[in-house]
Write a protein that binds this ligand. Sequence first.
Ligand code: G3H
Ligand code: ZN
Length: 281
Amino acid sequence: MLTDASGLVLRAREAGVGVAAFNGITLEHGEAIVAAAERSGTAVILALSHNAVRFHGAFAPVARAYRALAEASSVPIGLHLDHVEDMSLVESAPDLGFGSVMFDASTLDYEENVRATAEVAAVCHERGAWVEAELGEVGGKDGIHAPGARTDPDEAAAYVAATGIDALAVAVGTSHQMRTRDAVLDFDLIAALRAAVPVPLVLHGSSGVADGDLRTAIARGMTKINIATHLNKAFTHAVRSYLLAHPDAVDTRPYIGAGRDAVAAEVTRLMGVLGPARTAR
Ligand code: G3H
Ligand code: ZN
């Protein structure tokens, strides 16, 4: 069933557990993530990034497909539009079932970030949507962010107050698009941010974090755990293996199916790692 991602995140924070947000790109990613959620009996957030929307060339077709997957699911699925840089995309999200939006103004300087994010938050709240934003660069994305970036707790609290956002993505040692799971997290900073910031904290770039560190990050105060690259690794590895083993393959279904199965298996495994994020029924 389609649910509000905001409810999943808020209930997870109250319970001191994590909620996974898996980024899909194609229909098959969405199918795999929802199938794994059902298999695990666990609510998840199915996210779609602005970059994925750019890949498709339009938001509505893929949004409607993801919404249909969520509505048909036996477990609650929240839809989230991720790393949006464009107000028109923000505005269209709620009507397409995406009641949660991450507005990414991280390339702007602090004042501009606050101004743009506050405007987006006001528009989203008018439409009943939930807004996440980013302060302190989460390393790696598009080469813009410094891997050593850290979010200052006091600045984070001031940023939340100034913008009116509902969730905050923080820089605590992760970096986007890591292919190895060896990021070194600053767990004391996570605890300090949890104490200083009144809204749920979001860990971006979680593909680079080892299983045990994901658990510790949640225990110290992270709530929403965003994972994308790790699933693409699983998908692409399975497709490559299939095609190497079947050099004469023509039908797209067996190899795309292999990719989809690999994503479902890894999402199922990660649900077990992240623990009892069964936040809604
Ligand atoms: O917003 C999405 C995430 O931050 C995913 O990052 O691709 O490094 O897992 P990742
Ligand atoms: Zn991210």
